[in-house]
Write a protein that binds this ligand. Structure first.
Ligand code: ADP
Ligand code: MG
Length: 623
């Protein structure tokens, strides 16, 4: 028999889409409070939201009539024409949330507009407004949702442990709090204050409030502006990643969204920089023309369709690489000095799009040291403990990345900035080479540059054939453990392929007859290098697969082994003796570094080169 469902049942079905768990209610109510222009929002939860979810705000409030209407489906004050759908600046616009909540919980709402003398109090359940009366209350809205899913046993049973539901609530709370830094937020669970966030001036301060000081130190600036999209925010420093559970947030025009595609673009930027199993944190804000997105495709509005998805993918990937130091320079910087080659382009895909795009304008600061932030954010960590409603605790101004630059003197002693005639390179502190660029200057960390250069040369020497071996005049003898000895002798062929001539010499003893010629002049602890080889052989699985079909695998394992070993060996080459950097050496280092495939970081991800653009110099002199 075909019949129209009673309204209560169809409301319940609709509620199922919007209200899946207590956290969905927290999200919808907090978003309504933000949409109402509140500057202070308090969320009170009991029993992980099962018995009570209450949100109090000091926003615009509603008249008695509006309040009654607000519980009807498709009642919204936020859009009125189809055209408006393209310019949504509020969180809500569907007019479904309150109706859905009212279908599956007992709701009390008290609300008052600024100019009204009294507030309206409404009791609502089973999609019906049961009573309305006048009460006195402060301006704003106070909405309490009790006994969620009391009439939907299936949903109630489906709820997870209090811990899990609470974690979801905190996540929704965090998303809104991160988006609206200018709003004060408080979250209380079973009378315990979990978060008390004073309004702050910038994202980093909000992250500190939520995650603590340590988290902020782990973040590097991401900042890119193109005609298609602007992306700004923070990404985790790969060197400091330690937890496998990380905070990953994407926002578009102030709205949280999820995107497997963009997540991939970010992970790709971290390629090989993160130890296995670790994921990067990120808090990234996308600004796009609202007409080029569609937030309407998902009921909880967490999926967003972008018109220029693949272009944004590439811009995002580059911007993150840039931020974490994979590309210390964006393409487009011209080197004027002869003999200094063009820097390699970071991403061929982006280059393809450059014809149709303005190149990304990267507003990053190569001297910015995320470790120096402690002082400037000290005051905010206190506000975390401040009482809700207490007078604002010191709100630092939003500091732009450029303003945060360390004074240039700290890097370049004034007396060493001398005019350069013959050679474009100056050595300072015995450890840095300053080289002039058309668009500024680059400061090269010599030790790290050499590490990168040796790494790439060694790998190259193993590409086609075996590297040249330098036989030693005084072969060194090494005593090994039985298992180390066995590993080396079993992998004899591998050892030869990487340019070493190691020969067994009695019980568990070997002699180092030859090493790769490339390293012959370096002062290296060869016993430590042999330990590295043994270690990496142990980590590598079956390198010498001889059966058919195993070859490809063995080749892949060997190639990974080579890379890891090359990274460890180049890390052992040690510094050049003080004062021995002659102009010939410095030129070689500069040229070799910029001839590298990746001149920007050492194999372990430490920055090799910093640069100061003319633009930045101008900003610094503009005080
Ligand atoms: P939507 O947010 O999609 O418009 P909701 O069901 O969440 O739909 O809310 C319905 C309407 O109720 C809103 O459009 C708004 O006018 C009003 N409203 C809801 N919550 C508040 C609040 N906290 N303060 C003021 N008005 C509110
Ligand atoms: Mg809403």
């Amino acid at each position: 028999m075909l019949k129209v469902l009673p309204e209560q049942i169809s409301n319940l079905i609709a509620a199922g889409e919007v209200v899946q768990r207590p956290a969905s209610v927290v999200k919808e109510l907090m978003e309504n409070a933000v949409d109402a222009g509140a500057t202070r929002i308090q969320v009170i939860v009991n029993d992980a939201g099962r018995t009570l979810i209450q949100v109090l705000d000091n926003g615009c409030g509603m008249s008695r009539e509006e309040a009654q209407l607000s519980f009807q489906r498709h009642a919204t004050s936020k859009i009125s024409t189809a055209e408006d759908l393209h310019h949504i600046l509020t969180y809500g616009f569907r007019g479904e949330a309150l109706a859905s909540v009212a279908a599956c919980a007992e709701v009390t709402m008290i609300t008052r507009r600024e100019g009204d003398e009294t507030a309206a109090e409404l009791q609502v359940s089973e999609s019906r407004v049961n009573s309305v009366r006048e009460v006195s209350a402060p301006k704003g809205t106070n909405i309490a949702v009790r006994n969620l899913f009391y009439n939907v046993p299936a949903r109630r049973k489906f709820l997870k442990s209090d811990n899990t539901e609470m974690r979801q609530i905190v996540m929704e709370f965090t998303k809104v709090a991160i988006t609206r830094r200018e709003v004060e937020f408080k979250l209380i669970h079973n009378s315990k204050v979990l978060f008390n966030l004073a309004a702050v001036a910038n994202l980093k301060q909000r992250i500190v409030q939520i995650e603590g000081m340590a988290a902020a130190k782990d973040l590097v600036d991401v900042n890119v502006k193109t005609s298609v999209v602007s992306i700004w925010g923070y990404a985790g420093n790969p060197l400091l990643a330690k937890k496998s559970q990380q905070n990953q947030y994407l926002f578009v025009n102030g709205r949280y969204f999820r995107s497997a595609l963009f997540n991939k673009a970010i992970l790709k930027a971290y390629d090989k920089l993160l130890p296995e199993g670790l994921l990067p944190s990120y808090y990234l804000f996308f600004e796009v023309n609202p007409e080029e997105t569609d937030v309407n495709i998902h009921p909880a509005k967490t999926e967003v369709k972008f018109e220029n998805e693949s272009v944004i993918f590439n811009i995002l990937n580059c911007a993150v690489k840039e931020a974490i130091g994979v590309g210390a320079f964006m393409p487009g910087i011209n080197f004027e000095q002869e003999g200094v080659p063009e820097l390699p382009a970071i991403d061929a895909n982006l280059m393809k799009h450059r014809a149709s795009l303005r190149p990304p304008q990267v507003d990053y600061n190569p001297l910015f040291n995320p470790f120096d932030e402690e002082k400037s954010f000290h005051s905010e960590s206190k506000s975390y403990l401040a009482d809700f409603g207490a007078p604002g605790v010191a709100h630092a101004e939003r500091v732009s990345p450029v303003e945060r630059v360390a004074p240039v003197e700290s890097l370049l002693p004034v007396e060493s900035i001398a005019p350069v005639e013959e050679s474009p390179n100056i050595v300072i502190g015995g450890r840095y080479i300053v080289t002039a660029l058309k668009s500024g200057l680059a400061v090269i960390n010599v030790a790290r540059a050499r590490e990168r250069i040796m790494y790439e040369r060694y790998l190259k020497s193993m590409e086609q054939s075996v590297p040249a071996v330098q036989e030693s005049l005084f072969p060194q003898t090494l005593d090994l453990t039985a298992s180390a000895f066995r590993l080396l002798t079993e992998n004899d062929a591998v050892v030869r392929r990487i340019g070493f001539d190691l020969r067994p010499f009695g019980d568990n003893c070997i002699v180092i007859y030859g090493i790769p010629a490339l390293f012959a002049d370096e002062k290296m602890d060869m016993a430590a290098v042999v330990d590295d080889i043994i270690d990496e052989l142990g980590n590598s699985g079956e390198l010498g697969g001889e059966n058919e079909g195993e070859e490809a695998l063995a080749e892949r394992l060997f190639s990974e082994f080579k890379e890891r070993l090359a990274a460890r060996m180049s890390g052992r080459i040690g510094a050049l003796p003080q004062g021995c950097l002659h102009s010939f050496d410095t030129r070689m280092i500069v040229e070799s570094l910029f001839a590298c495939e990746n001149p920007y970081v050492t194999p372990s991800g430490k920055s090799c080169v910093q640069m100061i653009t003319v633009e930045e110099l101008e900003k610094r002199f503009n005080f």
